[in-house]
Design a protein around this ligand. Structure first.
Ligand SMILES: [Zn+2]
Length: 320
């Protein structure tokens, strides 16, 4: 998730957040006080496992489910360690600023493999540290992973106002920060089951936020790992790699299965969100496309609609 501040035509400064590569429609300026929402209330109700490398805060969601949270960089990326009896899945791999493998080795003795919910930088950065990388079978997503990211393209994500409260962790060299080109070792498709031994993750393809975006359903624990299909923040429905029709259809698909999960483990900000919010996301899209809703619009036609528990960013010319 990239967070952008857009100057609206009303001269107000509005926080805009995305989970995509920068698009020509985004006006990136310095983030201002993104940390003012801290401490996020949800974390007080979760079991704090510890602070690691002075960078990650780890919280226990359920037995064998850990949220690995990066609160000090504006993405507030969250990845998840999900333990079965035989192996553990690492769902997403954060920004690459901390040493994720070192952290994971402190949390579990099981062999760990990576599942990427989608191909954006703040989800794939440390995947290269692991031997096994699974992602959805989508050519565009695989191509993005294969490209990697240069140091120059990442530098702005650690500019002064993008960081908060703590220095970058020891061992992280900002001038050497890259995301190496990677190849998935396995591709999955709709309804595939990833078996951890006594615990299964079911693939639900939810394109829209990005071409390769998928969710993972843990039926036993009634958890849905959403990647960036949903997180409690401004949902990025306007970026160049967004397909708005797919996004809306994916959300409807999840709503049809909402009796299978109680909580969403999202890719940013908050790791434990009541699943009913997905019903409100569908209603929100209906409202927007019916011409309703409260929004601010900037000079490029980018609108930010405000809803209960999330916002939606969308371009005026996408609403038809
Ligand atoms: Zn993201």
């Amino acid at each position: 998730m990239d967070k952008f501040w857009i100057i609206t035509c009303f001269t107000a400064v509005v926080l805009v957040s995305s989970c995509a590569q920068p698009s020509p429609t985004s006006n990136l300026v310095q983030p201002q006080k993104w940390w003012s929402v801290h401490p996020r209330p949800v974390y007080a109700a979760l079991e704090h496992v510890g602070t690691f490398q002075n960078w990650f805060e780890v919280y226990k969601i359920t037995e064998g489910t850990y949220a690995l949270y990066e609160p000090y960089q504006f993405e507030e990326a969250i990845c998840y360690l999900v333990e079965g009896q035989n192996r553990a899945a690492l769902i997403d791999t954060g920004t690459g600023i901390g040493d994720l493998k070192k952290l994971v080795q402190k949390l579990t003795d099981l062999p760990v493999f990576v599942i990427l919910t989608h191909e954006h930088y703040d989800h794939v950065a440390d995947a290269y540290q692991f031997d096994e990388i699974i992602m959805y079978d989508n050519d565009l997503a695989v191509e993005t992973l294969k490209k990697g990211r240069s140091n120059a393209s990442l530098q702005r994500y650690i500019a002064k106002d993008y960081l908060w409260n703590k220095p970058l962790p020891q061992g992280f060299d900002p001038d050497a920060w890259t995301i190496p080109p990677m190849e998935p070792t396995d591709l999955v498709r709709e309804n595939d089951i990833i078996d951890l031994g006594g615990r299964r993750l079911e693939v639900i393809y939810t394109p829209g936020h990005s071409p390769g975006q998928m969710c993972l359903l843990d039926r036993q624990n009634r958890l849905l790992f959403t990647g960036d299909h949903f997180f409690p923040g401004p949902l990025y429905a306007h970026a160049s790699d967004v397909n708005i029709d797919d996004y809306i259809a994916s959300n409807k698909k999840l709503c049809q299965r909402i009796n299978e999960f109680d909580y969403l483990c999202s890719g940013h900000n908050d790791p434990y969100v009541k699943s009913e919010v997905l019903l409100r996301v569908s209603e929100a899209f209906d409202t927007i496309f019916a011409g309703g809703g409260q929004f601010a619009q900037d000079s490029t036609g980018l609108r930010r609609y405000k809803f209960d528990g999330f916002d939606i960013l969308i371009r005026a010319d996408m609403i038809r």
